[in-house]
Design a binder for this molecule. Structure first.
Ligand code: SF4
Length: 454
């Protein structure tokens, strides 16, 4: 983050008032997402470091609804018109929300911004029977996709993960989701303590038989300051080592591919065209507003990209919104170098990789070719493109090159074919091994940035 980091006070509504001519200049031209964070959970899972809070006495839902609407108003007033292409209710556990609250938030978003008629509207849900009963209400509210936190299909594993649902409830919730929504996804956590390759193979095959067109398959990671971190430090919780985790990743890729799911992102698998559009927006470094406690946003206006973060504590966030109209505690104008770092970090998660032309336009930099060569030689990176567009279209002797570019774009993710001076855009993407050490790959590339014109 740069020197212009600004801690917004309750009285200063924005660190840099937006000029009127900046308002709406991007409207209708690019995807724009809205992330709505619902911060409450029925119980805190011991591995979780998300901004989730348990309130045994409940919460004042009316108060929170009013605050969500006010924060949407504030942002709409400050950034101007946009066309919303996706909305994501994340958490926390948004399925604890009353469907009427979801409907009111969606109505308010549609009142303040244009909402595409086919916008993807996703809600994260836990597979408890009570919450599954609300699915029809969420559908009526306008939600058209659910993402269910199944995590495991084994009751003993669910208990160890601190989950309060059973495998039978998870399967029942998947059935309800299938009957209610056109699109649904569910999450599983693997590389769990003592999980064998055979056990994962069997569980994943079961999951694939239950799946719709999208699955999120995450390896268990030990996050700092969680109960799991304390157990891990005390030697009471042992997760698979790198080799074992890598073997489980191979199984994941093999089984999902056999069922027609492409690994379009590090942990996400979809049939062609069924990728999460909202998450693609993040990974392609698009623009999105973050609403609610602890939400992050990336807002583009008048040539600036601003990173926003709101107050994490739910009640403190609501109080802040009541006082000032927004819960933002940090708003930083990102430098071009920071944007380049972020674009690389997000884009290399995708099988389509990163377009170096886009990186140059946004950040004014490109990775040093020697660093790229080094990472390619290590088997961590692949390069795509750099082919003469005229030669490819004129000569049938190069079909493989074209196929490689298309295949590497991932299912439904055809790369732009705009040619600059007859040269197709060059992309880089992380190999499967590279994705396992993505932060290190990005750090090395970013350290070797050179001016794009060099
Ligand atoms: S339900 Fe999800 S968000 Fe809530 S504590 Fe568990 S993992 Fe975290």
């Amino acid at each position: 983050m740069n020197d212009r980091r600004t801690e917004l006070t309750g009285r200063a509504p924005h660190p840099r008032p937006l000029p009127a001519r900046g308002r709406g200049e991007e409207a209708g031209k690019a995807p724009f997402g809205v992330y709505v964070h619902w911060p409450f959970c029925a119980q805190k899972c011991p591995y979780c470091d998300f901004n989730s809070h348990v309130r045994f006495g409940g919460w004042d839902e009316e108060r929170f609804l009013t605050a969500y609407k006010r924060e949407i108003d504030w942002l709409a007033d400050h950034i101007g018109p946009r066309t919303v292409t996706s909305i994501f209710f994340g958490g926390g556990t948004p399925s604890l929300m009353q469907p009427a609250t979801t409907a009111a938030i969606l109505e308010h978003i549609a009142k303040r911004w244009a909402l595409l008629s086919d916008a993807e509207i996703t809600l994260e849900a836990n597979p408890n029977s009570v919450e599954a009963q609300r699915f029809r209400g969420f559908r009526a509210a306008g939600v058209n996709r659910v993402s269910i936190g199944v995590q495991s299909l084994r009751d003993d594993e669910l208990r160890k993960l601190g989950r309060i649902h059973t495998a039978a409830e998870a399967k029942a919730a998947i059935d309800v989701a299938r009957a209610t929504f056109d699109r649904f996804s569910f999450d599983l956590i693997y590389a769990r303590p003592k999980q064998t390759p055979d056990a994962w193979r069997t569980e994943l095959a079961e999951a694939l038989a239950l799946a719709g067109d999208h699955l999120s398959l995450y390896q268990l990671t030990i996050e700092p300051d969680t109960p799991y971190a304390a157990l891990h430090a005390a030697g009471k919780l042992v997760v698979p080592d790198d080799d074992a985790a890598s073997a489980l990743y191979e199984i994941t890729d093999e089984l999902t591919a056999a069922e027609g799911f492409a690994a379009y992102e590090v942990s996400n698998y979809a049939r062609p065209g069924e990728e999460s559009r909202h998450n693609l927006l993040y990974w392609r470094y698009g623009e999105y507003a973050g609403i609610g406690p602890g939400a992050h946003g990336r807002i583009v206006s008048a040539g600036y990209r601003q990173a926003t973060v709101t107050e994490r504590n739910p009640e403190a966030w609501a109080a802040r919104v009541e006082e000032t109209g927004n819960g933002i505690v940090e708003a930083n104008d990102l430098t071009r170098a920071e944007q380049a770092d972020e674009m690389l970090l997000m884009g290399l998660r995708l099988s389509e990789g990163v377009d170096l032309g886009d990186l140059a336009s946004l950040g004014g930099v490109r990775p040093d070719l020697r660093v790229i060569d080094e990472l390619v030689a290590l088997g961590l990176l692949e390069t795509l493109g750099g082919l003469d567009a005229a030669k490819i279209s004129a000569s049938p002797s190069h079909p493989d090159d074209v196929d490689v570019i298309r295949a590497c774009a991932g299912p439904g993710l055809v790369p732009e074919t705009v040619a600059t001076a007859g040269i197709l855009p060059v992309r880089i993407r992380a190999t499967r091994r590279g994705r396992l050490v993505l932060n290190a790959v990005v750090a090395k590339l970013a350290r070797g940035f050179v001016p794009a014109a060099a």
